[in-house]
Design a protein around this ligand. Sequence first.
Ligand code: PMP
Length: 303
Amino acid sequence: MLVNSIYQTIGQTPLLRLKMAVPNGSRIYAKLEMFNPGGSVKDRLGMALIAHGREIGKISEGTTIIEPTAGNTGIGVALAAQQYQLPVKLVVPAKFSFEKQTLMRALGAEVINTPAEAGIKGAIAKAQALAKEIPNAYVPLQFQNPANPDAYYQTLGPEILADLAQRPINAFVAGAGSGGTFVGTARALQERYPAMQAITVEPEGSILNGGPEHAHRTEGIGVEFIPPFFKQIQVDQVQTISDVAAFKYVKWLAKNLGLFVGSSSGAALAASLKVAAELPAQSTIVTVFPDSSERYLSKKIYD
Ligand code: PMP
């Protein structure tokens, strides 16, 4: 494949049928988002946020982009902003991986850390405060920007439908951080298959199932507030997965299927297997593996 720009390599990622024993003879297909150039599903979002900001007139020459992020969105935004030479400041809670923060800086972004205890809410507040101080600044704010789910509605959802041709989908299973990947993709898939179940995944310590909020090792998913995008679709179920289960499947996927995936992918697989046990025989389950384990090696993902 000859390309003239790295941006042409965003999207059209492989959809892998997982070769493994699945309850009830069902099939699990995983969209491998680590194949994006910035290494995660969030390259799609970075492109969409910058394009949307330009469309609505919030981004022009020299606009400083400021975004609160767990890391992958920061990489996606920094990558997309490069094509217009826009300065980028990313506000990242200190708990997120060193590798992701290093990659953001490599792309030219400035990384501003907020205290881990203040969570993503602390990063959002800091980003908004910075935007008030800096002239010509814009905060796309993935947590409430409709361009976030729309990015997946327009790309990831249709790709999955095309990849599976006419094979109907019984369940879509995906983790939620901002909720954009899950909601946008589920919306596209539910339009085609209205009976499809939309199942979201969170780590223990996230609040969707009403459990107590606490720290978790699974990185990139888990919410401190219900994502506003959830109103756009019918959410059929929330699967709450332990860190132990998520990391067990991360290791299993490397050892058995040659896949280097992050912990949110491990959680997605753990949830998909649970869902398979509840669905009729021979069901088709689609999930998303958002990124690669290589950006978590300092966090001892395989130890
Ligand atoms: N997995 C990883 C590794 C992520 O970085 C993110 C985004 N924080 C997600 C899953 C969840 O994606 P979304 O924000 O679209 O819910």
